[in-house]
Design a protein around this ligand. Sequence first.
Ligand SMILES: O=c1ccn([C@H]2C[C@H](O)[C@@H](CO)O2)c(=O)[nH]1
Ligand SMILES: [Zn+2]
Length: 133
Amino acid sequence: MNRELLLSKAFEAMDHAYAPYSNYHVGACVATKDGNYILGANIENAAYGSSICAERNAVFSAYSQGYRKADIEALAIVSDGERIGTPCGSCRQVLSELLEEETPIILSNRESEMDTTIRELLPFAFGQEDLNV
Ligand SMILES: O=c1ccn([C@H]2C[C@H](O)[C@@H](CO)O2)c(=O)[nH]1
Ligand SMILES: [Zn+2]
């Protein structure tokens, strides 16, 4: 996985964000172990709650193409904010099920970068194993 290419694909996705309400543009890219780069951007809606975050779009897209957590090498999430953006609570919940605990997550706002994992972002996550089924 080429880190610079992964980040540049995430910034390319950010350019496709549709964010007329927040004016906060986010891009994400999943790097798969077989060499694919799958993009996602935040897409907003006048009914605000119907909007979708960039990282969920990218990871859902990867799953829609048949990839699963073991196939994902890294996830980059980038934004045009003044500080590095971190995933919202809903995305952390989704990522905790759809990524491996230690899959690298790279966050950037062009000025700086930060490396993390979903284990670090959402410790003690609620998951499938908590269900009574
Ligand atoms: O990690 C984040 C945080 C926010 N957003 C989007 C949702 C909404 O469109 C806008 C403002 O919350 O940014 C993302 O895509 N990813
Ligand atoms: Zn989110």
